[in-house]
Design a protein around this ligand. Structure first.
Ligand code: PXG
Length: 443
């Protein structure tokens, strides 16, 4: 008997449990994207949607790049998959070498994952393994930050600082604590770029060290610029102070650059922009222009070397994924790096940043706009909330923009924008015009 093949009903939305989505609301009135090219998405009925968010902060070189499409197709035909445990394949070494060449400071080693969440878990585990290898196995505590987003693994939600991502699940990693977030609206509203006030908030790390004792702390993890919780720009001097305090107490510093990596701030990485080098860096998203899922952890050589002891026939780090360094992801990543370099896209983002800054700050004075923040090609436009209806106003703006042909993101009542680095000035004008009108309409 042959198995019956059930024809899937293309209009049935009920099988899919959608991630981070109000499923019932969405399924009553879906918003679908069915195609993409350059700066645009296309709806199933052919409507053009200007991409104001690079998908989810990831399609930094724009959509449907032929070079990436060709690289993936060629690799799929040459070798679809090869194991990465106790076997190797050339393209993963090639991609790691190409990444190594652009890493800031003394970051030197590349460990491949498949997502930002996995990168965060990997970095936390490397930090623990490093301290243990150095005879400091009692360093098991992680310090994150309020309003930090580090993906959705148990490690990531524990060091993360978003209550909604934790309260449903109860369990978390033990031994975590959090720095205060750096959002100081009473002092820093409508600041262009880095705010003047707030560097002293890094000194709370000294207090946490006193409270827990440095000998129990493995690592501090922060996003250099907090993306998901509404574009929080680091105050001047803040990251430098965190680095200095970590150095003083032998605590590892992890930068989560899943959003800020690969050009978003007008530099290869935020570490380069702020001239502060972490011991470990997590990336994903722009590493392959989102064409194939991939993430990575970059580590200083000292961390790697600390584990390269003991008999050479033994595995040094008991960690890895079936798809670590997947050939298709590496092929997409190599082509992506080529495009970034050939088109000078990181510099392009830096060159466009002043125009972007002026454009987004022109929304000051629109109804209900209470703050605007920007850096590189990122902006957060904060709206006051409707009484007793948090998030409703921003959601109305998102829907209005989508109906008017623009994709934006919202978090709480903050509208976030992060267009592909290929954006043209008239497209920036169009984004601001559409968004401004939507904000005015969202009473
Ligand atoms: N760290 C950071 C800093 C992130 O921004 C992750 C880790 C997790 O990555 P994965 O690949 O596991 O999703 C992220 C992801 C948004 C938004 O609109 C942001 C993310 C994902 C989806 C939406 O703010 N960031």
């Amino acid at each position: 008997m042959t198995a019956a093949i059930k024809t899937a009903d293309p209009n049935n939305l009920e099988a899919l449990w959608m991630p981070f989505t109000a499923n019932r609301q969405f399924k009553k009135k879906p918003r679908m994207l069915a195609g993409a090219k350059g700066m645009f998405y296309f709806t199933p009925d052919g409507r053009e949607i200007l991409d104001g968010t690079s998908g989810l902060w990831c399609v930094n070189a724009g959509h449907g790049r032929q070079k990436i499409v060709d690289a993936i197709a060629k690799q799929a035909a040459t070798m679809d998959y090869a194991p990465g445990f106790q076997m190797g394949h050339p393209i993963s070494f090639e991609f790691a070498s190409r990444l190594q060449a652009i890493l800031p400071g003394d970051l030197d080693k590349v460990f491949f994952t498949n997502s930002g969440s996995e990168s965060v878990d990997t970095a936390l585990k490397i930090a623990l393994a490093y301290h243990r290898a150095k005879g400091q196995g009692q360093r098991v505590r992680f310090i994150g930050r309020e309003r930090g987003y580090h993906g959705v693994g148990f490690g990531g939600i524990s060091v993360g600082g978003i209550v909604a991502n934790r309260k449903q699940f109860g369990l978390q990693l033990p031994y975590t604590d959090h720095l205060p977030h750096t959002h100081l609206p009473e002092k820093n509203s409508f600041v262009r770029g880095q705010p003047e006030h707030g560097a002293e908030l890094a000194d709370v790390l000294e207090k946490l060290v006193t409270l827990h004792d440095a000998s129990t702390i493995a690592a501090v993890i922060v996003e250099p610029m907090a993306g998901s919780t509404g574009v929080l720009i680091p105050p001047k001097g803040y990251l430098e102070r965190l680095r200095a305090i970590c150095d003083k107490y032998g605590i590892l510093l992890i930068f989560d650059e899943v959003i800020t990596g690969f050009g978003r701030l007008g530099s290869s990485f935020a570490a380069e922009k702020f001239n502060v080098t972490p011991d470990l860096m997590t990336v994903a998203k722009g590493i392959t222009n989102a064409a194939v899922p991939m993430g990575a952890v970059f580590a200083r050589k000292e961390l790697y070397d600390a584990l390269m002891t003991g008999p050479e026939n033994l595995i040094e780090l008991f960690h890895g994924y079936t798809y670590s360094g997947h050939p298709l992801a590496c092929a997409a990543g190599l082509a992506t790096l080529d495009i970034y370099r050939e088109e000078g896209l990181f510099q392009r983002a830096a060159d466009l940043a002043p125009y972007w800054e002026d454009a987004v700050h022109s929304l000051k004075g629109k109804r209900n706009v209470i703050d605007i923040r920007n850096m590189g090609l990122v902006a957060g436009i904060e709206l006051s909330s409707r009484p007793n209806q948090p998030t409703a106003r921003a959601y109305d703006v998102l829907v209005d923009c989508f109906e008017s042909g623009l994709l934006v993101r919202t978090t709480g009542d903050i509208v976030a924008m992060s267009p592909p680095l290929i954006v043209e000035k008239p497209q920036i004008d169009r984004m601001i015009d559409t968004l401004g009108k939507a904000i005015e309409r969202a009473a």
